[in-house]
Design a protein around this ligand. Structure first.
Ligand code: TRP
Length: 371
């Protein structure tokens, strides 16, 4: 039995990222690549410095192109099956950083079709509804309305379909069966769907009538989609899409990634700040059984979900993060106080995000592509 599983539909167990890179055949982002990126971006994002964005395909090639004067566009997306949680924001925040650094257009796909096809319990209209709910969170990340195009697969199908069937024609059932594990009992919609997720790698080139490099920042569970996309690209006369991959933020419980199916271990962007604080106060930590024991022996930040939250999203200062780590280990910092500290940060974050989310309602139409 494998100790962990990573597919586009399931992330289970403690992920060994070095193993995953080997298994998937991607590359680690090394120091030289970081230096090159820093030269263009001016500053390395915290997600790069902390190894949260850690792996890539062809990012060096995209930079070569960029240095030769050929600009790329960004492509990422979301499967709208429910409300957004803070884990989803990580690739989006990073994408915004890339948009600013490279003055790049962003195409943002909402795969309401995928979620409808894949989830037994989700009505089509609910999936489309979540497209619009989730788009508010995307917009709240601060993307440039002139350079950002969000679309629902169902509603933008007329344009997408033209590219998707080109991809589909060159992709066999054996290929998607091998990559995604489809079976005879899989519905035929989901078997076609990988062509829909491949389409945005190419349709901006079709729209503009010239071949444009594509860079996809996303969590590494999406990588399987890019394998058939990369295989068909040259057959259709397009560049292979490049990728930057991130890790998963863990849930507030013991082990596993943050997952909407366990709402008590998951902070949604729509949670009332007080409700989110409560979830944090119930989080799994690396603390000892009693305060006395913790003072004597110290806690274990390496297994602590609260520490992970600081690390991934809620403590930008390396110095302060180091302080939390050190004082936890030596028993100075007690879990109750540490959780309160995180709860305060998260509450502040949510108040701010929810304000931006409300404002996004006025401009959402500027972002949505229609055909
Ligand atoms: N399949 C993704 C999900 O379920 C959504 C998605 C579509 C996506 N296109 C993408 C994610 C491109 C990252 C990059 O969440």
């Amino acid at each position: 039995m494998p100790r962990f599983v990573v597919t586009p539909w399931e992330v289970k167990g403690k992920v060994d990222y070095d193993k995953l890179v080997k298994q998937f055949g991607t590359k680690l982002i090394d120091h030289a690549l970081l230096k090159r990126l820093e030269k263009h971006a001016g500053k390395l994002h915290m997600f790069l410095e902390r190894g949260i964005f850690f792996s890539h395909r062809d990012f060096d090639w995209i930079l070569n192109k960029y240095e030769e004067g050929e600009k790329f566009f960004l492509y990422t997306g979301r499967g709208p099956s429910g409300h957004t949680h803070v884990g989803h924001l990580i690739p989006w925040i990073f994408t915004k950083y890339l948009q600013d650094a490279f003055d790049a257009e962003l195409y943002f796909q909402m795969t309401d079709d995928e979620k409808f096809l894949f989830r037994r319990d989700l009505d089509l209209d609910d999936a489309i509804g979540f497209t619009y709910e989730n788009a508010l969170d995307v917009i709240a990340c601060g993307f440039d309305p002139k350079k950002t195009f969000i679309f629902s697969d169902v509603e933008y199908a007329k344009t997408l379909y033209k590219t998707a069937i080109q991809v589909a024609k060159h992709t066999t059932f054996s290929t998607v069966k091998a990559v995604f594990g489809f079976k005879g009992s899989s519905n035929i919609g989901i078997i076609f769907f990988p062509a829909m997720q491949a389409a945005p790698c190419f349709f901006p080139s079709v729209l503009k009538g010239k071949n444009i490099p594509c860079l996809i920042p996303a969590a590494i569970d999406q990588d399987p989609y890019w394998r058939p996309s990369r295989d068909v690209a040259p057959k259709l006369g397009f560049y292979k899409p490049a990728q930057l991959h991130c890790k998963f933020i863990p849930g507030l419980g013991k082990g596993g990634k943050m997952s909407a199916s366990q709402p008590e271990t998951c902070i949604f962007t729509t949670d009332a700040p007080e409700a989110a604080a409560k979830k944090i106060m119930n989080a799994f930590t690396g603390g000892r059984g009693t305060v006395k024991e913790q003072r004597e022996k110290g806690g274990n930040p390496d297994i602590c979900s609260v520490y992970q939250y600081f690390y991934f999203l809620f403590e930008e200062s390396d110095k302060k993060l180091g302080e939390i780590y050190r004082t936890c280990k030596n028993g100075e910092l007690i879990c109750g106080d540490c959780k309160k500290m995180l709860a305060e940060k998260v509450k502040k974050f949510l108040v701010d995000h929810q304000r931006k989310r409300e404002k996004a309602k006025n401009v959402i139409q500027e972002f949505m592509l229609k055909d």
